[in-house]
Design a protein around this ligand. Structure first.
Ligand code: GLU
Length: 489
């Protein structure tokens, strides 16, 4: 963190950040990462985190997106302070702010049509100058009228400089900037205007946002000057790119926060992954949320864009799942258990809590998402009669396999206990007696108990499933395999 952003400049609690999404789409990776950074900064310094919905664009803003953004924020556990603020409810505030600038001579009414403005820009372009509105209405002393806009009377020269938290010192020439429109002809405020009015009114001390806004910042600083207000500290984080270093899009596998939720990613894992896409702390990859809160000070934000890597996200999610106790993971897993969808064990089935906890313990190190975890435990939770076998699995059982299964079935039925050691000893004794490799019984056992040749340690599966279920599944597999055309068990 540089001097401008140093927490020593803040008495604890005086730092205020905000996340200001436009509800023109769902919350995606890039926006979510910005939200996480702002939230972390506020939480780190005991400050405030304001959520402001920038919905002044009536055409493009949709309630559905506002709802989905709020749901995504809640799901990521990025709690905001106070109620969300909606810009569409604040037009009176923007009108009053326009009046103030008009009264102080920092703004003026402009009667130019869009065509006139474009012609002025074109002229500048043809003279090899930066295309800008020529300010022809500035000294006409116009008042309000149909089709009129309000523009900032921007300084013609001078430098606008600021220390960016990410990019360091940035400087812009005032001569490059237009007399920008503050209030459109339809009375709506422009983005740069409403943002400054609100950031100033809400005492925002730190603005962290995507660097697609970096060119707006000198314009916003001019507005602060016009209002006689102190600008906040700005930080512009680079865009997130796709693995091919092109603009991130769906084709790179990037999804919205709610889609990741549906796919079984943990909020803490998603937050962890997003933070690392633009911030580092040594070589560390995995952080608990409270660790992030204590480590994130706004420093070490990367200047160069990070590339989104879906495989790494899966890995980070797996690492987080591993760190949960089964009891803590169960509520997260629940939505994936009782669905009618492909990942649920059985539509509407009541799942045995103890059994599910045992399954989590057995499988949480093998699954990468909650969906994957639910999928992997499905055969264990499914009663023998409903077990679905992978294609070709039963058919792969030859006469020898069936003979082993039948004999093992009787031995398992006769065991006094059904714990891991006893089960292991029983299977081990069987393979030694017959001079077999463990695999020779492991594979058919998997087919019988899980319906597939892959899966976790089979002794653990038997122990988790219990004697009754294990025997029932062995019986069914033997019956079905015996009825098969190719195999004569
Ligand atoms: N509404 C803007 C956006 O979604 C916010 C920009 C800002 O943070 O100032 O890009």
């Amino acid at each position: 963190m540089n001097a401008a952003t140093s927490p020593t400049l803040f008495t604890r609690g005086s730092l205020v950040t905000r996340f200001a999404p436009s509800p023109t789409g769902h919350l995606h990776i890039g926006g979510a990462r910005t939200a996480v950074f702002c939230w972390l900064l506020a939480r780190r310094y005991g400050g405030r985190f304001v959520l402001r919905i920038e919905d002044t664009d009536r055409e493009r803003s949709r309630q559905e997106y506002t709802d989905s953004i709020l749901a995504s924020m809640r799901r990521l556990k990025l709690d905001w302070d106070g109620d969300p603020i909606f810009q569409k409810d604040r037009f009176a505030v923007y009108d009053a702010a326009v009046e103030r600038l008009l009264a102080s001579g920092h703004a003026y009414w402009c009667a130019c049509s869009p065509e006139t403005v474009e012609a002025a820009r074109e002229k500048a372009r043809s003279e090899g100058k930066k295309p800008r509105y020529d300010g022809r209405c500035r000294n006409l002393g116009l008042g309000p009228g149909p089709g009129r806009t309000v523009r900032l009377a921007a300084p013609a020269e001078g430098r606008i400089e600021f220390d960016d938290m990410v990019k360091g010192r940035l400087a812009f020439e005032a001569s490059e900037l237009d007399d920008m429109v503050l209030r459109r002809a339809d009375g709506s405020p422009t983005y740069n205007f409403s943002v400054v009015v609100d950031d100033a009114a809400m005492n925002i001390t730190h603005v962290l946002r995507g660097d697609d806004h970096v060119n707006n910042t000198p314009r916003q600083i001019l507005l602060y000057r016009a209002f006689g207000a102190e600008p906040p500290v700005f930080g512009h984080v680079p865009m997130i790119l796709g693995p091919d270093r092109q603009k991130l899009s769906k084709r790179h596998g990037a999804k919205s926060v709610m889609e990741y939720d549906k796919d079984g990613f943990l909020p803490d894992a998603l937050v962890n992954y997003l933070v690392r896409l633009g911030w580092s702390c040594g070589d560390r990859e995995i952080f608990e949320r409270d660790e992030l809160v204590s480590l994130f000070d706004g420093g070490n934000l990367n200047r160069s864009p990070a590339a989104f890597d879906p495989q790494k996200l899966l890995w980070v999610n797996a690492e987080h799942m591993r760190r949960y106790t089964p009891e803590a993971l169960l509520p997260e897993l629940r939505p994936f258990l009782n669905t009618d969808g492909e990942s649920g064990p059985q539509a509407g089935a009541t799942v045995d809590r103890k059994l599910v906890l045992a399954c989590i313990g057995m499988l949480q190190g093998r699954a990468r998402t909650l969906k994957d975890l639910a999928e992997q435990m499905r055969p264990v939770l499914t009663p023998a009669d409903d077990l679905v076998y992978a294609e070709g699995a039963l058919e792969s059982l030859g006469p020898d396999d069936c003979a082993h299964l039948a004999e093992l079935r009787d031995r398992l039925a006769a065991l006094e206990a059904f714990d891991r050691d006893t089960l292991h000893a029983a299977v081990q004794a069987y393979v030694e007696e017959k001079g077999l490799k463990f695999k020779a019984v492991g594979l058919p056992l998997r087919v019988a108990l899980l319906g597939a040749v892959n899966g976790p340690d089979i002794v653990q599966v038997m122990q988790t499933a219990g004697r009754e279920d294990t025997l029932a599944k062995l019986d069914r597999a033997l019956k079905l395999a015996a009825g098969g055309v190719q195999n004569q068990c």
